[in-house]
Design a protein around this ligand. Structure first.
Ligand code: SF4
Length: 258
C-alpha cells in the first residue's frame, strides 16, 4: 500500500489537531475574558451577543475536532465526519501548521499526515456514491527526462518502452478507459481539470504540490499519492502503479462501499 494511504500516517496530524484546537480554545477564552467587561459596560446586550458568538465558535471547534479525532482513531465512518473535509482543508490545516511551526515539527511530515487524513475523508465521502469520471493527474517529472515524446494531456502517446512508470499508467488508462494526464505546471493542471470535468482526482505529486492541489481544487475531492524520488526532486520520479490501479478498482469499478 502507498505510504500516503497507510492509517498510521494520520496520527501526527491528529495529535497536532488536538493540540491546535486546545490552544485555540484557550486563546478564545482569554479574548472573551479580557473583552467581556469592556463590551458589557457599553451595552449589556452586546456583551451577551459577544459571549454567545464566542461560545458557539468554541463549541463548534471542540465538536468538530472531537468528531475528526474519533473518526480517525476508530476508523468508523459517520455521516457527519464526511462533511468535515472542508473544515480540515480550509480552516484547521493552517492552524495546525502554525502550531507545528512553533513546535518545530517537520513541514513535510505534517503534510504527509494531512494527506492521509484527507484521503480517508475523501474515501469516506464517496461511500455509496458512484464515481463516473475520475482523473489521474501526474507530474511531468514522472516521465523519463530523456524520453523524446511529449506527454501531456494524452498519456497514450507513450510508446511503452518501460523506462519509466508512464508505461504502467498508460496501461491503466487503456484498461479502464480513464483520463490520465500529465501536468507540467499548476496552470496546466487547472486547465486539464476544467476540460475533463472530473468528479474525483487521483493526484500524484510531491508533498508541496499535493497540498496546493488539494486546497486549490476544494470542494472537488482529491486523493493524494506521494511520488517516490530516488534521483532527487523533480527528476525521473516514480509511483506505485498498483496503488493507483487498486484505487481505481475501489472507487470506480467496484464502487467504494467502505
Ligand atoms: S515508458 Fe513511455 S514515457 Fe516512459 S520513456 Fe518509455 S516511451 Fe517515454
Amino acid at each position: 500500500m502507498d505510504k500516503s494511504l497507510k492509517p498510521e500516517k494520520k496520527r501526527l496530524f491528529i495529535y497536532l489537531l488536538g493540540i491546535s484546537s486546545a490552544v485555540t480554545l484557550l486563546l478564545l477564552f482569554f479574548v472573551w475574558y479580557v473583552s467581556l467587561k469592556g463590551i458589557s459596560s457599553v451595552s449589556g446586550i452586546a456583551g451577551i451577543i459577544f459571549s454567545l458568538i464566542v461560545a458557539g465558535f468554541g463549541l463548534f471547534l471542540a465538536f468538530s475536532t472531537f468528531i475528526i479525532v474519533i473518526t480517525m482513531i476508530s476508523g468508523k465512518q459517520t455521516k457527519i465526519a464526511r462533511r468535515m473535509r472542508g473544515l480540515v482543508t480550509r480552516f484547521l490545516f493552517p492552524v495546525v501548521m502554525r502550531v507545528a511551526k512553533i513546535l518545530k515539527v517537520d513541514r513535510d511530515k505534517i503534510i504527509r499526515s494531512f494527506i492521509a487524513v484527507n484521503n480517508e475523508l475523501v474515501l469516506e465521502s464517496l461511500i455509496g456514491k458512484k464515481v463516473n469520471n475520475p482523473l489521474v493527474l501526474l507530474p511531468h517529472c514522472i516521465q523519463l527526462e530523456d524520453c523524446e515524446l511529449k506527454i501531456t494531456k494524452d498519456i497514450l502517446v507513450c510508446k511503452k518502452c518501460g523506462k519509466c512508470d508512464i508505461k504502467g499508467l498508460a496501461n491503466i488508462a487503456e484498461k479502464y478507459k480513464l483520463n490520465v494526464s500529465v501536468a507540467t505546471s499548476g496552470t496546466i493542471a487547472r486547465r486539464i481539470v476544467k476540460e475533463t470535468k472530473p468528479d474525483i482526482i487521483i493526484a500524484v505529486a510531491c508533498e508541496r504540490d499535493l497540498l496546493s492541489g488539494i486546497q486549490d481544487t476544494y470542494p472537488l475531492p482529491v486523493i493524494g499519492i506521494l511520488n517516490e524520488r530516488p534521483y532527487g526532486d523533480c527528476l525521473n520520479t516514480k509511483v506505485n502503479t498498483n496503488t493507483i490501479e487498486k484505487l481505481i478498482e475501489k472507487i470506480y469499478i467496484g464502487g467504494n462501499n467502505g
